[in-house]
Design a protein around this ligand. Structure first.
Ligand SMILES: NC(=O)c1ccc[n+]([C@@H]2O[C@H](COP(=O)([O-])OP(=O)(O)OC[C@H]3O[C@@H](n4cnc5c(N)ncnc54)[C@H](OP(=O)(O)O)[C@@H]3O)[C@@H](O)[C@H]2O)c1
Length: 324
């Protein structure tokens, strides 16, 4: 039994991780907090956090994340915030006597032309795809930190390299969303408005892998309970789908009857993405349960049910931004 502190516990993945850790019954307490209470970019706030919420285990999910567009618009923020939050947290976790630290990394840390399926041993063999390199490299530096701390301080930090996620509760704001919620929203709004065409970024050739958010939360819980080795572990579903196939599948789910146009003036991002997921299976018994068609349908159902609330929240945020 241990006390767990989860950063980013209000987020898309973090809220599921908190739920999963609480419901498994293996932990004495599971704490989380909002960035308005403790801004992890501030060292004093991180120290205060560990004083206020002592923990044996830290699960670090807090991050600034988004799709290609957000990564291109705010590369400085994606680099600085993600790097500094992680560096402060891991250092203070060590100083406050945390016994185990689980850091959630990203597939964006892999080199641009990693051979498919990506094996963990390839992680250092090249520079990431340029549009998401600041984010991917900031997160990759935390791998260096954990490795260094294990060697010098015998600090038990583990690293999970997470593939692109999707599911109910995802971010559907087109200014910052990842590809699945962005496509679902574009097709849905085009259908509702009676439009004939949906325009998507790139040429449709890149491939991606997706993991349902509840599977990702279960993987994090299993690794927290069972895995203590220094080697990073891929967490994914092992599927690979091209953007063109994905667009056609989403078009069917939404029942949009118009055409898809590819805007080739926009970047494709990384050419291919698909993880070798054998280490997670062998080391802590994780494999994905959700089928992709079912996961997409559940995500779309959630989006439709929450469309009015999503729009209302966006209007409120735009209003606040305009006033400040
Ligand atoms: N989504 C994906 O497809 C994906 C793929 C691979 C890896 N990951 C990783 O999974 C993790 C969670 O991603 P997500 O999609 O769930 O993100 P998210 O929904 O955007 O949630 C981000 C979380 O980080 C917190 N946060 C941001 N800035 C903070 C700050 N300065 N101080 C304290 N907390 C801060 C937010 O807290 P507030 O809400 O209180 O501001 C929120 O809880 C991240 O580490 C991400 O790199 C995600």
């Amino acid at each position: 039994m241990s006390k767990v502190l989860v950063t980013g516990g209000s987020g898309f993945l973090g809220s599921r991780v908190v739920e999963e850790l609480k419901s498994c019954g293996s932990f004495e307490a599971v704490h989380t907090f909002r960035s308005s209470e403790y801004d992890l970019r501030q060292l004093d706030a991180v120290k205060q956090l560990f004083q206020d919420k002592p923990a044996d285990t830290l699960v670090h999910l807090a991050a600034v994340v988004g799709g290609i567009g957000a990564n291109m618009q705010r590369p400085g923020e994606f680099f600085y915030d993600n790097l500094v939050m992680g560096v402060h947290l891991v250092e203070q976790a060590r100083l406050f006597g945390v016994k185990k630290c689980v850091v959630i990394g990203t597939i964006c840390s892999y080199p641009k032309f990693t051979p498919v399926p990506f094996k963990e041993d390839e992680i250092w063999n090249g520079y990431p795809e340029e549009t998401n390199a600041p984010y991917g490299l900031a997160k990759k530096m935390l791998m260096v930190q954990l490795d260094a701390y294990r060697r010098q301080y015998n600090f038990n930090g583990i690293r999970l390299l997470m593939v692109n996620l999707y599911g109910p509760g995802d971010n559907f704001d087109l200014n910052s969303s990842h590809v699945i919620p962005a496509m679902l929203r574009k097709f849905h709004e085009a259908k509702e408005a009676g439009q004939d065409v949906v325009t998507l970024w790139g040429d449709g050739s890149p491939s991606r892998e997706f993991l349902y958010v509840d599977d990702a939360a279960r993987a994090i819980r299993l690794a927290t309970q069972r895995y203590n080795k220094p080697a990073p572990v891929n967490v994914g579903s092992g599927m690979e789908i091209t953007m063109r196939q994905l667009a056609n599948q989403i078009k069917r789910v939404v029942a949009f009857e118009g055409e898809i146009v590819w805007d080739t003036s926009k970047p494709n991002g990384q050419p291919r993405r698909c993880l070798d997921v054998s280490r997670a299976r062998e080391e802590f018994g994780f494999s994905a349960n959700m089928t992709f068609p079912m996961g997409l349908q559940l995500t779309y159902d959630w989006f439709k049910q929450n469309y009015a609330a999503i729009e209302a929240r966006e209007k409120l945020t735009q209003g606040v931004a305009a006033r400040t």
